[in-house]
Design a protein around this ligand. Structure first.
Ligand SMILES: C[S@@+](CC[C@H](N)C(=O)[O-])C[C@H]1O[C@@H](n2cnc3c(N)ncnc32)[C@H](O)[C@@H]1O
Length: 252
């Protein structure tokens, strides 16, 4: 995983349209949005898979006290650069989920692991360790939010190639992102995603391909692993017919 994000970091923001850059993306999915509306506006929030910091910056602009972390140095650096440009004083840590509790003594009202990130914890034991690390970052009674693609749906439909729903135009360049999946027969086996960014630099075409591996899970597996990590589900927007879902939990 780590290697792929080290190079993906430079192209990553092309996956966000201007509305998502301004208002965040994963934080607006239903169950996550409900929690963020319900809690105090001064709550301390950690985005533990901050990527290039789009959601954290949006939460800071809403007034939350936010911190950012990511396991990839390049992603953490890209997030820090965004915060610097926007003059947002947001601490950024480069740490994997399982290591967070020793990397910092700070604890949070809400810990986010969103934007389909947990799928990079490869398998049951790694996922329980990651979730345990995230749980330990929350204050007693605090929330941990995890979201995911609906892997059972993707696996059943086997739509191997998908195209982002719009072309993004920025700074004189245009870009469309293609997603091509290598989907093995068993849902729990390693999957491969090819992310192809096709740039149009004023008539000159430049494709960039990034290859990411991951190990999907069912919602049943996620629920069992949340429980093993000491997290109790209190809300979800799971719907078998939808592509994505979030699960909101509290520490037990
Ligand atoms: C799909 S991206 C999502 C980023 C961001 N949340 C978003 O919505 O755009 C997954 C992120 O998780 C990070 N990540 C993967 N495994 C990790 C781990 N074990 N610990 C911490 N971060 C990890 C990657 O570096 C990457 O930035």
């Amino acid at each position: 995983m780590a290697g792929a994000y080290e190079t993906l970091a430079t192209d990553y923001d092309w996956m966000f349209d201007d509305d998502a850059l301004a208002h965040g993306r994963a934080i607006n999915h239903p169950a996550t949005a409900r929690l963020l509306q319900r809690i105090s506006p001064t709550s301390a929030v950690l985005d533990a898979a901050c990527g290039t910091g789009v959601d954290v910056a949006a939460l800071a602009r809403r007034g939350f006290r936010v911190s950012a972390a990511d396991g990839s140095e390049a992603m953490a650096e890209a997030a820090a650069a965004r915060f610097g440009q926007e003059r947002l004083a947001i601490p950024v840590l480069c740490s994997r989920w399982a290591d967070l509790p020793v990397a910092t003594g700070e604890r949070f009202d809400v810990v986010l692991c969103v934007g389909n990130s947990l799928v990079h914890a490869t398998g049951r034991d790694a996922m329980v360790q990651a979730l345990t690390g995230l749980r330990r970052m929350a204050r007693a009674g605090g929330h941990v939010v995890v979201d995911s693609r609906n892997w059972e749906k993707l696996h059943a439909e086997r739509q191997i190639v998908q195209i982002a729903d719009r072309v993004v135009t920025r700074g004189g360049r245009r870009c469309v992102v293609l997603y091509a999946w290598e989907i093995p027969d068993r849902l729990g086996d390693e999957h491969i995603a090819h992310l192809v960014f096709v740039f149009d630099n004023g008539g000159q075409i430049e494709p960039h391909e990034h290859v990411i591996t991951f190990r999907p899970f069912t919602i049943g597996e996620l629920r069992a692993r949340l429980e093993l990590a000491g997290l109790r589900e209190v809300d979800t927007d799971f719907d078998a017919s939808r592509d994505r879902y979030a699960v909101v939990t509290v520490t037990t």
